[in-house]
Ligand binder design. Structure first.
Ligand SMILES: Nc1nc2c(c(=O)[nH]1)N[C@H]1C(S)=C(S)[C@@H](COP(=O)(O)OP(=O)(O)OC[C@H]3O[C@@H](n4cnc5c(N)ncnc54)[C@H](O)[C@@H]3O)O[C@H]1N2
Ligand code: MOO
Length: 402
């Protein structure tokens, strides 16, 4: 198979989006999950005529007669059954959040009245008082049965509050794929150990694992030696219990790059190997008969980062039923020359100026093994394949990772 373009790779990956079904979770565990059902109002919002200030409730008609003195007929706290008035020259003291009885249509705040000897005296000009003021009318926000939150949205703190307010304590959410992250390489040691001069500490798995935590995916992690039998056996063991494997390393041309061979030996069909891009050119992607997907990223940490944010995250979001996000664009802030016939993804620092323009300043790196700038940058800018010179002021698509 020929080396494919970024757009072809994206199309193949997204056409393999999956659905893992739905499940119900307690709302306290639902933050960050994708809603699989609409959240609807179980009654009108607000459910009753609600006082919005502390003060007195009365009937406006009495004010139109010029009445300034009202007998206090009772007091009503929030949560209490509505207290009524026997006649229109009476009022009740009412607290914010209390349900206003239908006999009253106007609430005046304590600051505008004087309470004395069982009476309330209006202290402001009557033309300052409007009929219906300080009452949040039943059903004004939403009617019973109205959709408050649509399926497909990521559950945020605000959405959790809405769900709680309508008693939706067990929302239906999209099930997450079961996922294992597998890194490879004999030269890679545990981050807690001291590498010898020709070894490296492994970092790809924690990067991938923590990026997935945003989606509440609790991925397993495994590291494999560069040994065909080990890789073959372990992949064979992992495939049945997972929906997706994300592998890093071992996909290029080296003598010990066994990943593609091992996957194909296990019946994982290659959908592509190699994309016209830098970083991340030797990315391998495949699927087995049970629709288990394998994203095998090149081992260089920046390649992993690019492949994760450019391909895997959009695939994941679409597989979870989230709406595809609109492409984001930014204005390049420096000239870049890039001659190889590959689509170049430059690491950029993305900022917004006072004109609300997105500005992308590229940083110099020493290739995809140079991960040292990832903390100071927050996006890749996708520079088109057809060109070699990219000029300050030109606008290109960006892929944010922070
Ligand atoms: N003859 C060719 N050689 C290479 C080609 C090519 O086309 N022809 N492509 C190069 C490109 S581009 C890349 S990218 C790399 C990808 O190689 P692999 O996927 O086989 O990755 P490894 O060789 O296993 O590792 C590459 C690099 O990344 C480091 N690494 C690996 N795993 C981790 C980890 N878990 N955490 C941090 N760093 C990791 C590893 O030590 C290597 O330095 O191939 C080129 N070669
Ligand atoms: O394509 Mo590789 O990821 O640049 O070094």
């Amino acid at each position: 198979m020929n080396i494919i373009t970024v757009q072809e790779a994206e199309k193949i990956i997204l056409s393999n989006r999956q659905s893992y079904g739905t499940e119900v979770v307690h709302y306290e565990n639902a933050l960050g999950r994708v809603l699989a059902e609409n959240i609807t109002a179980d009654r009108d919002l607000p459910p009753f005529n609600r006082a919005t200030v502390d003060g007195i409730a009365l009937q406006y008609e009495a004010l139109t007669e010029g009445k300034l003195k009202f007998r206090l007929a009772g007091t009503q706290a929030a949560g209490e059954k509505p207290v009524t008035i026997p006649g229109i020259y009476e009022c009740i003291e009412i607290m914010t959040g209390a349900a206003v009885d239908n006999a009253m249509d106007t609430v005046i705040r304590y600051e505008d009245i004087l309470l004395k000897d069982g009476y309330a005296y209006i202290q402001i000009d009557l033309d300052k008082i409007k009929k219906g003021q300080n009452i949040h009318v039943k059903g004004k926000d939403k009617q019973r049965g109205d959709v408050l939150v649509h399926a497909g949205q990521v559950i945020t703190p605000a959405i959790l509050g809405i769900a709680a307010s309508v008693g939706q304590i067990n929302p239906g959410v999209k099930k997450l794929p079961r996922l294992t992250i597998i890194s490879t390489g004999d030269e890679m040691v545990e981050p807690s150990t001291l590498p010898n001069p020709f070894q490296l500490r492994r970092s790809n798995s924690i990067t991938i694992k923590s990026a997935l935590e945003k989606y509440k995916i609790n991925a397993s992690v495994l590291h494999l030696k560069d040994d065909f039998n080990v890789i073959n056996n372990e992949l064979s063991r992992c495939l049945p219990g997972n929906d997706v494997l994300i592998i890093s390393g071992g996909v290029s041309m080296g003598k010990f790059d066994y990943v593609p061979k091992a996957l194909e030996a296990l019946g994982v069909q290659k959908l592509f190997h190699k994309i016209k891009q830098r970083p991340g050119k030797p990315f391998w992607f495949g699927k087995n008969m049970d629709d288990k997907l394998v994203f095998a990223f090149p081992g260089n940490p920046v390649s992993v980062f690019l492949c994760l944010y450019r391909y895997f995250i959009p695939w994941l979001e679409q597989s979870l039923g989230m709406k595809a996000t609109d492409p984001q664009y930014a204005i390049l802030q420096n000239d870049i020359n890039f001659k190889p016939p590959l689509q170049y993804f430059a690491q950029v620092k993305l900022q917004t100026n006072a004109n609300a323009e997105h500005l992308a300043r590229a940083v110099d790196t020493n290739g995809s093994g140079d991960f040292s700038q990832l903390a100071d940058t927050n996006a890749f800018i996708e520079l088109p394949l057809e060109k070699e010179c990219f000029r300050k002021g030109e606008i290109y698509c960006v892929w944010k990772y922070a």
